[in-house]
Design a protein around this ligand. Structure first.
Ligand SMILES: Cc1cc2nc3c(=O)[nH]c(=O)nc-3n(C[C@H](O)[C@H](O)[C@H](O)COP(=O)(O)OP(=O)(O)OC[C@H]3O[C@@H](n4cnc5c(N)ncnc54)[C@H](O)[C@@H]3O)c2cc1C
Length: 416
């Protein structure tokens, strides 16, 4: 039975994870909820997100694991619900195509996705002409071997989804404290008593840390560590290219690429334009509470454009109109962290988004809310526990990166 904690609840971070946690807490009956954010509305990584949402855990080729599928199903349903309730999320249900340039890669993709026990009806292998047809003219069939269609996938504009949640929270009377960095989580006798900010103390008996790329610093304030690897990732939005609004979202592992249609243009990026925050900081990148701006990564993405255009011809020579960067955080085992911070009563964390927080944010928020309120969890929380990995096994970032050798962004993590 739902048991709302006696004292106030403080959520640190108004990104998709924190906003979703607050949303589900309020929906389940919590009343005294305050959200505190170091920046203003839409300040963190969430608006940089490209807005792909699919059952990415139902794929042996990805490291998320089948345990994440209930969260993906929840995310798909949650955004559909907002859309059907009239929210303008620029929601589209166009499916997702995982592209292969070679037949060997097509076999690998098809085995990993179609051979997964959670495979969704309608998921199917596509030949090169079927890819061209599914992609409504965006792909040159001569440049690909085929692909796998994931029909359940949706796409949305991340800032609009985040804005919708913040507006709904505001309407329920949730208090927001903007431009207020939390400097420390305060505990007494092993239990949370509040958070310290530049603007004074906020008392709370329950605190949800959802500070994205900044979680590690907050955990350090309570002498805890998680094996987290923050990186900077880049998204370009091109000039309009006449792409159909029905175009599916795309990933192409061989090109290290993800790409989708947005307002007739390409919204695209890939791990060729990702790098460790630590590596960029060493070359002078300022990493405050603003979204990062790395010209090194912008240049790296431009350098890749004509290669990508061999598959997507309309991208050739097409000017870029927006570069937006954010800080996804990877984990050594490819999973997500959702749960109690060990041995501190009342402290919870949503961390290690593995660059999939738009997909998982609603489910992460619902699950942590159920755990806090003592409700039956809709997904098994065990695989998401914070103590599933011993941080002592990774004494420094080099050890973390070495453990991520199988990750799709391992090349980028090793680039200095
Ligand atoms: C280029 C790019 C493309 C992506 N594409 C996708 C995609 O297609 N699909 C997908 O699922 N995911 C995608 N992602 C990943 C997704 O955007 C992230 O996983 C998600 O936005 C993380 O949300 P969050 O709420 O954890 O963090 P954030 O959105 O960063 O929110 C954290 C908040 O905490 C605040 N904060 C930090 N420190 C403090 C402090 N000390 N005190 C108070 N507040 C603090 C910050 O100001 C921020 O507002 C992409 C990411 C990038 C960068």
């Amino acid at each position: 039975m739902t048991s709302v904690p006696d004292g106030p609840i403080c959520v640190i971070g108004a990104g998709i994870a924190g906003a979703a946690a607050a949303f589900h807490l309020v929906e389940a009956g919590a009343r005294e909820v305050v959200i505190v954010d170091a920046a203003g509305p839409l300040g963190g990584t969430t608006p940089a997100g490209a807005g792909f949402v699919a059952r990415f855990g139902a794929d042996h080729n990805r490291r998320l694991g089948g345990c994440t599928v209930p969260l993906q199903d929840y995310g798909l349903a949650f955004y559909r619900r907002l859309h059907e309730e009239g929210a303008d999320l620029e929601f589209a249900h166009n499916g997702n195509v995982v592209l292969a340039l070679t037949t060997g890669e097509l076999d690998r993709l098809a085995t990993g996705i179609l051979g997964h026990p959670e495979v969704r009806d309608g998921t199917r292998r596509l030949g090169r002409d079927e890819v061209a047809e599914a992609m409504l003219g965006a792909v040159d069939p001569a440049a690909v071997a085929g692909g796998v269609l994931m029909p359940e996938a949706i796409q949305l504009t991340t800032a609009l989804a985040q804005r919708e949640l913040l507006d709904r929270l505001d309407a329920t009377g949730v208090e927001f404290r903007w431009d207020t960095p939390v400097t420390r989580v305060k505990t007494t006798d092993g239990a949370v008593v509040g958070v310290e900010t530049d603007d004074g103390m906020i008392e709370a008996t329950t605190v949800v840390m959802a500070a994205g790329g900044w979680n590690a610093a907050l955990l350090a304030s309570v002498d805890r560590r998680l094996p987290l690897v923050p990186m900077v990732a880049t998204r370009f939005v091109s000039e309009a290219a006449g792409l159909s609004p029905q175009t599916p979202t795309v990933q192409c592992p061989e090109l290290h690429l993800w790409l989708r249609e947005l307002h007739g243009a390409f919204s695209w990026g890939g791990s060729f334009a990702y790098r460790l925050v630590s590596a960029l900081s060493a070359e002078g990148l300022e990493f405050g509470y603003e979204r990062p701006v790395s010209q090194t990564l912008i240049d790296a993405q431009y350098a890749e454009q004509e290669t990508i255009a061999e598959v997507f011809p309309a991208l050739s020579g097409l000017p870029n109109v927006e570069s937006i960067q954010g800080t996804p955080v990877y984990t050594v085992d490819g999973g997500l962290y959702i749960g109690e911070v060990p041995e501190i009563d009342g402290l919870w964390a949503l961390a290690g988004d593995s660059e999939s927080g738009i997909t998982h944010g609603p489910g992460m928020g619902k699950l942590v809310s159920q755990l806090i309120l003592g409700d039956e969890p809709f997904a098994n929380p065990a695989p998401f526990r914070l103590d599933r990995v011993d941080p002592a096994a990774y004494p420094d970032e080099a050890a973390l990166v070495a453990a991520m050798a199988e990750d799709r962004i391992a090349d980028a993590a090793n680039r200095v």
